[in-house]
Ligand binder design. Structure first.
Ligand code: MG
Length: 417
């Protein structure tokens, strides 16, 4: 494991040099919430949190890509002012299912626009498609409860710029980063030596190379501790999810890659840790329940009065920790490599991974080829232009180029990869 010396790493919870903890809103103050990706795994759990605290939160906007029926039924229950549907051709059907008086907006722009209308926007969109939502919320000076890690990873050059908008802040919903955010509240600038991101190890921890060569889609979708969508579950099985989270941590907290380590912890009880220069380690523990980080992001700097994920200490007996296997799970180091290269390399990594995961889920490539597709794409990484002045178009172009190359690697290697 690597450790940084000096420890001059300031906790930066806001990205804008604001104080470590803000002023808690009074318990009677209603926080308005916009849920983008409301019919997905994060959206459903966010609604659970909100309905558990009806005196604290009001949903003012809902958005989904194409799940019309689920979206309409949520809208009938929660009565938002506006509902967004990503697929424009589904708008008439949605409008027919909604009660009178709810506005319907459509397309990528529609989904992004609803992220600007509430105190907090929850970005629960899957994959790179979440970038416009992230940028819209931050650009409008809103709090972004970020479950869409891909947007801050691939879009870092432009997301960091948007983060400087007055009022804008990111509170991570990713459980590891939410844990780090909580642990950093116990430290001041210069005290942090390193972050320790925990990884469950996924469903294939401990398997041999031969066993990994023949794993099937259904096995990769069977996560041992967390219940999540298919994309992130496959990412967990390759450790790419942890690799992406290393980049996410670097971008969120401004901590050097040499000061971010990964520890495999199969029980998923310790959600991550912060080690300070005196050797002390702060950890955040709870049962694996995404409703805790979601509630944290909605209520911060206050604490939710409802305990999701509380531990029953009479049942918890063992917490294990081990080194990740970087040879059998090469995606972890591919992510470090892209992160250290910086600029648009993480966008390439993310795009190549999305293509590879889709190809695996479609049965086009074996599980072991996911890393090879990502590596084959990253090997051809190149960019042009001024890396200090990146635009959204640069990010979109990088994403498109990397997807094309990744697809050619998938096609070239196919099932034989
Ligand atoms: Mg996570």
């Amino acid at each position: 494991m690597t450790t940084s010396t000096g420890g001059a790493v300031p906790p930066d919870l806001t990205g804008a040099g604001r104080p470590l903890t803000g002023v808690a809103p009074s318990p009677t103050e209603q926080v308005s919430v916009s849920l983008v990706g409301s019919t997905g795994s994060i959206g459903l759990q966010a609604i659970d949190v909100i309905e558990g605290c009806p005196d604290r939160f009001t949903v003012v906007a809902l958005g989904a890509h194409r799940s019309v029926d689920a979206l309409a039924s949520q809208a009938r229950r929660l009565r938002p002012a506006v509902v967004a549907i990503g697929e424009p051709t589904l708008a008439p059907e949605l409008a027919r299912l909604l009660p009178a008086g709810i506005e319907v907006v459509t397309g990528t722009e529609g989904l992004a626009s609803i992220a600007t209308v509430a105190d907090v926007a929850v970005n629960g969109v899957v994959g790179f498609a979440g970038l416009s939502v992230t940028l819209a919320a931050l650009g409008a000076g809103r709090r972004l409860a970020l479950a869409n890690k891909e947007s801050i990873i691939a879009g870092a050059p432009v997301v960091q710029e948007a983060r400087r908008t007055p009022g804008a802040e990111i509170i991570p919903v990713d459980s590891e980063h939410c844990a780090v955010h909580q642990c950093l509240r116990a430290s001041t600038a210069g005290e942090v030596r390193r972050l320790l991101l925990t990884a469950s190890g996924g469903p294939f921890r401990g398997r041999t190379r031969e066993e990994l060569a023949v794993v099937e889609v259904a096995e990769a979708l069977r996560h041992p501790t967390w219940s999540m969508g298919p994309k992130i579950t496959v990412d967990s099985s390759t450790l790419m999810n942890k690799g992406l989270e290393v980049i996410e941590a670097h971008e969120l907290f401004g901590i050097a890659y040499d000061a971010i380590d990964v520890v495999v912890h199969p029980q998923s009880i310790v959600h991550s840790m912060v080690e300070t220069v005196d050797g002390a380690v702060m950890a955040q523990l709870s049962m694996p329940d995404m409703r805790l980080p979601i509630g944290y992001a909605l209520a911060y700097p206050a604490r939710l009065p409802v305990a999701f994920g509380a531990i029953d200490w009479t049942l918890l007996t063992t917490l294990e920790f081990e080194e990740p296997d970087r040879t059998l799970f090469p995606c972890l180091d591919l992510a470090y490599r892209a992160g250290r290269t910086g600029d648009l390399a993480p966008a390439w990594l993310n795009a190549a991974n999305e293509v590879a995961v889709q190809a695996f889920l479609a049965g086009r490539i074996p599980w072991t080829a996911i890393a090879r597709v990502v590596e084959g794409t990253l090997d051809r990484y190149h960019t042009s232009g001024d890396r200090t002045r990146r635009s959204v178009d640069d990010v979109l172009e990088a994403d498109a180029t990397a997807r094309r190359l990744a697809e050619s690697v998938v096609t070239g290697r196919g099932a034989a990869a």
